[in-house]
Design a binder for this molecule. Structure first.
Ligand code: F6R
Length: 234
C-alpha cells in the first residue's frame, strides 16, 4: 500500500483528483464511486476541474435497501447532488434500493460489474473498518449482496436522518471480491475517528474482523489521509 499523509482533507482530495485525471488520460474510464462525507471535498474539486467524464462510467458501491432513488438520503440522490448533476458521466450505475427481488438485483449488479471492470475504485472506510457496506465478518469471496448493517453503522449514518429509526437496516453492497477486482484502489480517510480503523487496516493482520485489511492483498492501493486519520500509524 502506498500511504500518503496530508495537512487536511482538502489537500488530500486535491491529490485524489490527480488519480482521476491520470486514469482519464489513460482511457481508464470506469470509476467505482463511494458516498458519505469522505468524498465530498473530492467531488467538489472534480466539479470545479476541467476534467471531462462524458465518456466515463460510474459504478457506485452501495445503496440503502428500501429507499427509492429520489429519497434525499438515498445514495442515488447523494450522487446526483454531489457530482452527477454538475459533472455528467456517460453512464451511472447504482444498486436499485427499491428492488425487493433481491436475487434479481444482485444478478443485475454483478452483470454490470462483469461487463464494466473497474479501473479506479474510490473508497471511504467505516470506523469499524468496513468498506462499501462490508461489515466485520464479511467473507472475502462475496460479490454484490444484501447486507445487514451493524448497529454502529446505523448510528454513524443516523446523523443524516431526522430519527435513528428511519435509518435503513440493510443495504445492497458490492462485496469484498468485487472491490478487490478493481485494477486500482484509492482509499480516503479523514478525521481522528478513523484513526483506529486506518491503523488496523494498514498495520494489523488481514482479518475479516477489519474488512479493509484485505486491501493489503491488493497490488495497487493508495491511501490518502489527513494528519488526524494517520495519527496512530507507527
Ligand atoms: C459509502 C460507503 C461507506 C463509507 C463509509 C465512510 O458509499 O461505501 O463504506 O465510505 O461508511 O463514511 P463517511 O465517509 O461518511 O465517514
Amino acid at each position: 500500500m502506498d500511504i500518503q499523509i496530508f495537512e487536511n482533507a482538502h489537500e488530500a482530495s486535491k491529490k485524489a483528483v490527480d488519480f482521476f485525471e491520470k486514469a482519464l488520460e489513460k482511457n481508464q474510464n470506469v470509476f467505482g464511486l463511494a458516498t458519505g462525507s469522505t468524498p465530498e471535498a473530492l467531488y467538489e474539486q472534480l466539479i470545479d476541474s476541467s476534467l471531462d467524464f462524458s465518456d466515463a462510467i460510474a459504478i457506485n458501491l452501495d445503496e440503502y435497501y428500501g429507499l427509492p432513488a429520489n429519497h434525499p438520503q438515498s445514495y442515488a440522490y447523494f450522487m446526483e447532488e454531489h457530482l452527477f448533476n454538475a459533472k455528467p458521466f456517460k453512464k451511472t450505475y447504482i444498486p436499485n434500493g427499491e428492488n425487493t427481488n433481491v436475487s434479481e438485483e444482485i444478478d443485475r449488479y454483478n452483470t454490470v460489474l462483469a461487463e464494466n471492470p473497474i479501473d479506479l475504485q474510490l473508497l471511504g472506510i467505516g470506523q469499524n473498518g468496513h468498506i462499501g457496506f462490508n461489515e466485520p465478518g464479511s467473507s472475502s469471496t462475496e460479490k454484490t449482496r444484501l447486507v445487514d448493517l451493524t448497529q454502529e453503522t446505523i448510528m454513524a449514518n443516523s446523523r443524516f436522518f431526522s430519527d435513528q429509526s428511519e435509518v435503513p437496516t440493510q443495504a445492497y453492497s458490492m462485496g469484498l471480491a468485487s472491490i478487490m477486482s478493481a485494477s486500482q484502489i484509492l482509499l480516503l480517510a479523514f478525521g481522528e475517528n478513523k484513526a483506529e480503523a486506518i491503523k488496523a487496516m494498514i498495520e494489523g493482520p488481514v482479518t475479516s474482523e477489519v474488512p479493509a485489511s484485505i486491501l493489503q492483498n491488493h497490488p495497487n492501493v493508495t491511501v490518502l489521509l489527513d494528519k488526524e486519520a494517520a495519527k496512530l500509524l507507527e
